[in-house]
Design a protein around this ligand. Structure first.
Ligand SMILES: [Zn+2]
Ligand SMILES: [Zn+2]
Length: 879
């Protein structure tokens, strides 16, 4: 059975026994009566015994609150809503908490925070982890891209919005459904000041993430204001089982009370007043449009998502208004575009402040999509508008509720600037592709594909005449293609599964001390050469880190992996012992140490990259072997040599600062409270207890790897390369420990020999000396040409040239004397990364790799000397 059907079944069951599922007692106490909608059959509660229709705009005749003064006694704009709501609920015993990030790194089921309940999924809802407060209210920033085509048109849709959550997580006998309902009723009647006779409650049911519950939606004057869900079931096969704890999940868009109480034309005027004001000024859409105002009460009917025939709906709306459908669209479209620009920039602000990054994959794709949609509108209408400014206006308006928006604005602006460049590059490419498409008829599927693979927007296709209409749900289709996460994680589970029934979880010994390499373990399971012990210090491949190797009673351990919570060891040969007996284990220390050095260095590089580039830096992938390590980070551009040098220098400073690497096992709620969601660098991690690895103030991650005890044990970190592996993800390759030491020694040897060949005493002078050699070489080549030309010259001209060449040559010979051509200069008091930087800078003079530098320097010296001889001979002949 589909979730939808189970939800419907629950709703039907609840409607047969409403007193069992809904807060009927309070409703009756407040004078509400139960009715059934004449139009749609929905069960609802009202104080008006004469009322025949439910609260839905479709049944009750559209929005009836727009332009009205008497919707509610209280008037509040967006910011005022949370201020009053949180104060009121605080007084009623709820704790207002800070919002969670918009990018849901803690939640394995979703990339973006979709609702306030996302904050508490999955572990708080299942009862495994404690909530941060109980009961609580939260102003949660959310992102949803499936309604993007409705934004601007319906006057109420957003891609970025704030869901105010009212939540409680309690054992069954402490659950107070009637109280929760009374509290939200108080908010409606006292907080907002809505007349009770104008409030309609719908009996409904809700389903999400395998959880189910009856719910009460509340409406007034055709607008849904919120929905209070009483989550009580979880799905088990075809059945609904009761949850261990009961969860209150009331969600109300913070946008709704603002719009409703102010009765503005659209929600946007009430939600970001200063932004809309400025946009109207700039776009010239300030004046009242008679047609648009007439349209607004009907706009609620135009939900692209819910109607089958959009064109027909436009015609019907135009007919009811008595206007031409073409005129209607002309008046509505630019306004919808302006509101879309306002909404999309706010959604981008939410996402980018929280470390999101527009890209071609995963959720980053949706961020790029709304950026480009906004830019297309600006271009299409020729508005003199900078998205950076719009973002700034939003951040200023949101400051009282979210000061972090303004604090993070510089980084947001920088990311947007990069996005702007990519947008115009894309447009240029689009122009060329469209040229080729002219005369063809595109299917809708092809349009989606063109957008997907080349970023060509339907707007561009439309304006160049390649298509005649844009499918109304175009962007929704695009967004659906890109659900799920972008970057794949390193595989840690083996495909072959062993039958481990009855085997208890392995006790892990490698968390506390990576230098514990000798231990005893009892065999608890065995199949041929694969063995499980009751406890192990052998690290199984996971988190991108390769497994340990070693010995078990002198039989070699060649592979270690995890199956569920059991660690399995694959041996080369069979043990002489059997289940129940104890074996002596020893881990290959060199390998273990090198892996730990690489792993801790990965955390260091991640930390220093975030220090340098900002909050949008997240680990997108990592791999640590004995040979080398790599870290993929989310970043909008390739790294320059300067970036790499700075990262390497800072990473080695961290090594020199000898910062303790702390590792601890913490309950999830405590770990999140202390360290925030930065913890989830490697993605969401299961379990109620997290293993946290912390390096001073630099980095803190939930990580199960083997780590050094102090950063100084990494010895040296050397970055060996970088590349952009996909849009928005950059790879950094590096080595640490012995591998890095070897590399540093090799570099030092090359540098000392290059210095010897160039005759340089001070390390820092090497590049400029190389530069001079290169110039001399080029000058000699020219001189050789000039000397050749002598034979075609005569008289005074020739004499002058001869004297000039002679003078230049003497100068050059003098200079060439200073290059010994070989030798070695001892390098003292120079940091290895400094030496490395100088070596690379020197190699760049000749555009060669450092490994070819010495040979190249020698060749340039040799060739220069040869050229001197050749020129001298030519001069002799020329007399
Ligand atoms: Zn109805
Ligand atoms: Zn790690």
């Amino acid at each position: 059975m589909e979730e939808k059907e189970m939800k419907r079944a629950l709703k039907e069951r609840a409607s047969r026994e409403p007193e069992k599922y809904y807060p009927v007692g309070v409703l009756q106490e407040e004078g509400f009566v139960r009715k059934r909608c004449r139009v749609c059959g929905q069960h609802f509660w009202t104080r008006d015994p004469e009322r025949e229709v439910c609260g839905e705009p479709e049944c009750s005749g559209g929005y009836q609150f727009i332009g009205k003064e008497d919707n509610a006694t209280e008037k509040m704009d967006f910011i005022e809503v949370w201020k009053r709501f949180s104060e009121m609920f605080d007084r009623m015993g709820y704790t207002p908490i800070k919002r969670y990030p918009t990018i849901a790194r803690w939640n394995p089921t979703t990339e973006f925070t979709l609702a306030s309940i996302t904050d508490f999924q999955p572990y708080v809802v299942t009862g495994e982890v404690k909530p941060p407060a109980n009961p609580l209210v939260v102003p949660q920033t959310c992102l949803r891209f499936n309604d993007v085509d409705n934004v601007g048109i319906t006057g109420r849709h957003f891609t970025g919005f704030v869901m105010i959550g009212q939540h409680a997580f309690t054992p069954k006998d402490e659950y107070r459904q009637e109280d929760y309902f009374r509290d939200i009723y108080r908010w409606l009647t006292e907080g907002m000041g809505v007349k009770p006779e104008e409030i309609i409650f719908h009996e409904d049911a809700w389903a999400g993430g395998g959880n189910f519950g009856p719910s009460m939606e509340f409406f007034s004057r055709g607008l849904e204001i919120g929905n209070q869900v009483y989550m009580m079931h979880r799905r088990e096969g075809e059945e609904l089982k009761e949850l261990n704890i009961k969860v209150l999940d009331m969600g109300m868009g913070q946008e709704r009370p603002a719009w409703f109480t102010l009765g503005t034309e659209t929600a946007y005027e009430a939600v970001f007043p200063p932004v809309v004001r400025k946009l109207k000024e700039i776009t010239g859409l300030e004046g009242r449009s008679e047609v648009f105002s007439q349209f607004l009460p009907f706009s609620g009917l135009l939900n692209v998502d819910e109607i089958e025939d959009e064109e027909g709906m436009w015609r019907r709306v135009a007919g009811r208004m008595g206007v031409d459908v073409k005129l209607l669209k002309e008046e509505v479209a630019p306004r919808a575009a302006m509101y879309s620009v306002a909404d999309h920039t706010r959604a981008l602000l939410f996402a980018l402040v929280d470390g999101g990054l527009p890209s071609n994959t995963g959720g980053g794709y949706n961020l790029r999509m709304i950026y480009r949609r906004a830019m297309d509108f600006i271009e299409a209408y020729g508005w003199d508008l900078d998205l950076g400014d719009v973002v700034q206006w939003h951040a200023e308006y949101l400051k009282p509720q979210y000061p972090e928006m303004l604090e993070g604005i510089d980084e947001v602006l920088e990311i947007l600037e990069h996005e702007r460049k990519k947008y115009y590059q894309m447009k240029e490419k689009t122009r060329r592709i469209i040229e080729r498409l002219k005369g063809r008829r595109l299917t809708e599927e092809e349009m989606v594909e063109l957008y997907d693979s080349h970023g060509i927007t339907p707007q561009a296709l439309l304006s160049s005449g390649v298509i005649e209409r844009v499918p109304p749900d175009f962007f929704k289709r695009v967004a659906e293609r890109h659900e799920g996460r972008g970057v794949s994680r390193v595989k840690t589970q083996k495909e072959v599964l062993y039958n481990l029934e009855g085997v208890s979880p392995t006790e892990i010994l490698y968390y506390d001390d990576y230098s514990l390499i000798e231990f005893k373990g009892r065999i608890v399971w065995m199949e041929g050469e694969v063995v499980a012990l009751d406890r192990t210090a052998f690290y199984p491949t996971s988190g991108g880190q390769m497994h340990d190797k070693g010995w078990m009673d002198d039989v070699e351990v060649v592979e270690v992996f995890r199956q569920g919570s059991v660690v399995l060891h694959r041996l080369r040969g069979r043990l002489k012992k059997g289940v129940g007996e104890v074996v002596d284990c020893r881990i290959d220390w060199d390998r273990r140490k090198q892996l730990a050095q690489h792993h801790t260095s990965t955390h260091i590089i991640n930390g220093v990259a975030r220090e340098r580039f900002g909050n949008h830096i997240w680990q997108a992938g990592a791999e640590k072997t004995t040979e080398k390590a790599r870290l993929d980070i989310t970043h909008y551009e390739s790294l320059s040599r300067e970036d790499l040098e700075a990262l390497e220098r800072r990473a080695n400073e961290v090594v020199e600062e000898a910062i303790p690497v702390e590792s601890m096992l913490l309950p999830r709620d405590e770990a999140e409270r202390r360290f925030g969601f930065r913890l989830y660098q490697g993605g969401a991690v299961p379990g109620e207890v997290l293993r946290v690895v912390k390096i001073g103030e630099l980095d803190v991650e939930a990580c199960g790897g083997t780590h050094l005890k102090n950063t100084s044990e990494a010895e040296i970190i050397k970055i060996t390369g970088t590349k952009k592996i996909q849009d928005g993800v950059v790879r950094i390759e590096f080595v640490a420990g012995r591998r890095a030491r070897e590399l540093a020694q090799e570099e030092e040897r090359v540098l000392s020999e290059v210095m010897g060949a160039l005759g340089v005493g001070e390390v820092g002078e090497t590049p400029s000396s190389a530069e001079r050699l290169f110039k001399t070489w080029k000058r000699l080549r020219k001189l050789k040409g000039s000397a050749g030309a002598l034979f075609r010259m005569e008289g005074e001209e020739r004499g002058e040239m001869l004297r000039k060449i002679d003078k230049d040559l003497r100068e050059i010979k003098e200079a060439l004397k200073h290059y010994p051509g070989e030798g070695r200069v001892e390098i003292k008091d120079v940091k290895h990364w400094e030496g490395s930087r100088i070596l690379h800078e020197t190699a760049e003079v000749f555009s060669v790799q450092t490994s070819h530098l010495l040979k190249t320097v020698k060749r340039f010296i040799g060739e220069s000397r040869e050229m001197v001889e050749v020129i001298e001979k030519m001069l002799e002949r020329a007399g």
